[in-house]
Design a protein around this ligand. Structure first.
Ligand SMILES: *Cc1c(COP(=O)(O)O)cnc(C)c1O
Length: 382
C-alpha cells in the first residue's frame, strides 16, 4: 500500500488506489495434507478449525491504513499495555463464505458487514476501515485458504474480522494505533440438532443493551456481559437467553446473539413481527435478508415491539404459530419452549414450523448458489 497518508480518520481515501498486500503464504510442502484437512473439517465445531493464513492491516494516526499483509496463521505480538486489552476498544464482524455450484466461493453480503464494522468502530471512537480494504482482505484470505471452504450444504467458512486498539498508552482517550485482523474457521450448523427447536430463558435479572449504550455495536464487551446470564439459562435447562429491554423490562429485544421473528396467522399468509432497530438491537444482516425474503414471498412483515406478555398470550391462544431466531452462525433457529420466572409456554406446539423452515431453506439456497441471487447478496471471490 502506498497511498495511506491521505486516508482520514473515517477511512475515506482521497486517492482511491487499490490496496497492495504483502503476501507470505505457507509453502506447499508445509500445507496441511488433504486427507488431514478433510478429517479436521468433519466435525468442526465453532472456532476450532482455523485455516492456514490470516490478514493483518495496521492503522496509525500518522500513516492511516498501511502494512496490509497476508501471512501464515500465527500468534500475535502485542504490547501488554495495548489499549484494546485494557479498555476494550475492540470491534468485530462475522460473515460466511460458501462453496458455489460452479466451483467458486461466494461471501454473503460483505458490503453490509463492512458498513457495520465501520459503524461499530465509530461508536467506539476507532478508525473506519474502507470497504475496498475490507473486501480485499476477504479476497486475499479466501483465495489463500480456498481448500478450507466446505463443499457440503449447511457447512461454510466463517470469516472473523476484528479491529483492535494496539497503542500502549493508557490515558483514557481513543488509541492512535490499531490492528485489523481477519481469520477464518470451518463451521457446520451452530446448533447440533440443526432445526430442532430451542428452549429459551427470559432473563429477569440482566439486560444486554441500554438506550445510549453500545448494544448496536458488535463489540466483545456485549458478549462478555452475556456469558453469566447464559450460564444461568443453561442451569435451568435452556439453550439461550431472551433479552428484554433495559427500561421497562417488558419488550422483547434479542435471543443471545441473534435477532428474533414472531410468526402470526396461517402458514400460507403469515404476518411476521420483528423488534424494531432503535439503538439497543444489533442490526443483523440475516434479519435484514429475512425481512426481504419474507416480503418477497408475499408475507406481511412489521418491525414493531412485542411484549413478553403478548408473546405468551399469542403463543397460548394459538394466534402466533412460530417464533425463530436468526444470525450468521445459526442462520435460522426455531424457538419451541419459553421459560421464565412466571412459568413456561410453548410456541407452535414446541416443534419447527413451516414458515421458519421455508425461510431457512430459501436463505441457505441463495447462500450456496442453489437458487438465483436476485438481490446481489453473494459476493464472488476469485
Ligand atoms: C451478530 C449479532 C446478531 C446477528 O447478526 P448477523 O449479521 O445476522 O449475524 C444479532 N444479535 C447480536 C447481539 C449480534 O452480536
Amino acid at each position: 500500500m502506498t497511498q495511506t497518508r491521505s486516508t482520514d480518520h473515517r477511512g475515506h481515501s482521497a486517492t482511491e488506489n487499490a490496496p497492495v498486500f504483502t503476501r507470505r503464504t505457507v509453502p506447499a510442502a508445509n500445507r496441511i495434507p488433504a486427507a488431514q484437512r478433510s478429517q479436521r473439517m468433519r466435525q468442526p465445531g465453532f472456532g476450532r478449525v482455523l485455516t492456514e493464513h490470516m490478514v493483518t492491516i495496521r492503522w496509525s494516526a500518522d500513516l492511516g491504513w498501511h502494512d496490509a499483509r497476508l501471512d501464515p496463521y500465527q500468534d500475535l505480538r502485542l504490547d501488554p499495555a495495548s489499549v484494546g486489552l485494557h479498555h476494550g476498544q475492540i470491534v468485530f464482524e462475522g460473515l460466511k463464505a460458501y462453496s458455489q455450484p460452479d466451483g467458486g466461493v461466494g461471501v454473503f453480503r460483505p458490503d453490509l458487514a463492512s458498513e457495520r464494522l465501520r459503524r461499530s468502530a465509530r461508536r467506539l471512537a476507532m478508525p473506519e476501515l474502507p470497504e475496498s480494504l475490507f473486501l480485499a482482505a476477504i479476497t486475499e484470505l479466501v483465495g489463500a485458504d480456498r481448500d478450507w471452504v466446505p463443499a457440503t450444504v449447511g457447512s461454510s467458512l466463517y470469516l472473523r474480522p476484528v479491529l483492535l486498539a494496539t497503542e500502549s498508552d493508557l490515558g483514557l482517550r481513543p488509541a492512535r494505533e490499531y490492528l485489523f485482523l481477519l481469520i477464518a474457521f470451518v463451521t457446520d450448523n451452530f446448533f447440533p440438532g440443526e432445526v430442532s427447536p430451542l428452549t429459551v430463558w427470559v432473563s429477569g435479572d440482566y439486560v444486554r443493551a441500554a438506550p445510549g449504550g453500545t448494544g448496536e455495536a458488535k463489540t466483545p464487551g456485549n458478549y462478555a456481559g452475556s456469558l453469566l446470564p447464559a450460564q444461568e439459562a443453561k442451569a435451568r435447562g435452556c439453550d439461550q437467553v431472551v433479552w428484554l429491554d433495559a427500561v421497562e423490562r417488558r419488550w422483547i429485544e434479542e435471543l443471545g446473539g441473534m435477532n428474533l421473528f414472531f410468526v402470526y396467522g396461517p402458514p400460507d399468509s403469515p404476518r411476521l413481527i420483528t423488534p424494531p432497530l432503535g439503538g439497543t438491537i444489533l442490526p443483523g444482516v440475516t434479519r435484514d435478508a429475512l425481512i426481504t425474503l419474507a416480503r418477497g414471498s408475499g408475507y406481511a412483515v412489521d418491525e414493531q415491539p412485542l411484549s413478553i406478555t403478548e408473546w405468551r398470550s399469542a403463543a397460548e391462544d394459538g394466534s402466533m404459530a412460530e417464533t425463530f431466531a436468526c444470525g450468521t452462525a445459526a442462520v435460522v433457529a426455531p424457538v419451541g419452549t419459553v421459560r421464565s420466572t412466571e412459568g413456561e409456554w410453548q410456541v407452535g406446539g414446541g416443534v419447527s414450523g413451516p414458515v421458519t423452515l421455508g425461510l431457512r431453506r430459501a436463505l441457505v439456497d441463495i447462500q450456496h448458489g442453489l437458487s438465483p441471487d436476485h438481490h446481489g447478496w453473494v459476493f464472488p471471490v476469485r
